[in-house]
Design a protein around this ligand. Structure first.
Ligand SMILES: C[S@@+](CC[C@H](N)C(=O)[O-])C[C@H]1O[C@@H](n2cnc3c(N)ncnc32)[C@H](O)[C@@H]1O
Length: 250
């Protein structure tokens, strides 16, 4: 029996059924958050990559920091349509690529994109997707990995996770010594012209998205505590931030 949800909702399958790759956690019981994510992306997933192209800034900058080789294992938490994983898969040496997402609907779209890409891009075949919650991340149970990940990244997903501190903790626990956690997410838009910043914030509020200062503060605190080296960079005049987190030994 797969992992029962925390709060016992029984969702309808997305059109076309559950994606083949989401065998983990695919029981009749999944979490309310997964149901909410399925509702949220039910329609928008079909044109997500086109519409988010100019709003999810900094994703390629994050991918530039992901070091891959034939032996590396890289995980995207909240992988959505697999847009980022497919970018990595197109490299000469992408290593092993994994995607975790709460939404079955998003994963169904990701599966389709991967299948399409695999037709003409051999690297696309090597992506393993699983349905599950970021805060429950477990490399072995979810992906059957004996080793932990070299890189774990969150691209505009951490701010959507209610239990974000548990998700960060789980990422720490599933990272190899010397590994890196990368996060790109909305910042405070402070360096944008006032009217532009106000427009951006209105737009994000309409999407029920935006800056979560408590996450940013926690990342700064993590760096100050010495538990990790934390570097924060601005993307497009603080539209977003890109955090590089390297846990320190011990
Ligand atoms: C804004 S989308 C970003 C998708 C992708 N990372 C990108 O950059 O295009 C956020 C994704 O995070 C997923 N997500 C939200 N909360 C999650 C959670 N608790 N665990 C796993 N995935 C989650 C959503 O289902 C959605 O696919």
């Amino acid at each position: 029996m797969s992992h029962p949800g925390r709060d016992g909702f029984r969702p309808d399958p997305p059109p076309g059924g559950w994606p083949r790759s989401s065998s983990n956690n695919r029981g009749p019981w999944i979490s309310a958050h997964a149901v909410a994510m399925d509702r949220r992306y039910r329609f928008s997933r079909h044109f997500y990559d086109v519409t988010r192209r100019y709003s999810l800034l900094g994703r390629d900058k994050l991918l530039d920091k992901v070091v891959t080789s034939p032996t590396t294992a890289t995980l995207e938490v909240g992988c959505g349509t697999a847009r980022n994983l497919l970018e990595l898969a197109a490299r000469n040496a992408p290593g092993r690529l994994y995607g975790l997402d709460a939404s079955h609907a998003m994963l169904a779209t990701a599966e389709r994109s991967i299948r399409r890409a695999a037709g003409h891009r051999p690297g696309g075949k090597g992506i393993v997707l699983r349905q599950g919650l970021a805060e429950d991340l477990d490399a072995q149970r979810m992906f059957g990995c004996r080793d932990r990940f070299d890189s774990i990244f969150f691209s505009y997903s951490l701010s959507m996770v209610p239990a974000w501190s548990d998700a960060l903790r789980a990422a720490f626990g599933n990272l190899r010594p010397g590994g890196v956690i990368l996060i790109v997410d909305f910042w405070d838009q402070r360096d944008l012209p006032t009217l532009v910043a106000a427009g951006v914030r209105r737009c994000l509020a309409g999407w029920h998205a935006g800056y979560r200062p408590e996450i940013h503060d926690a990342l700064i605190g993590l760096g100050r505590s010495g538990r990790a080296e934390v570097q924060i960079e601005s993307v497009a005049r603080r539209y977003a931030y890109l955090a590089t987190v390297r846990p320190t030994a011990g």
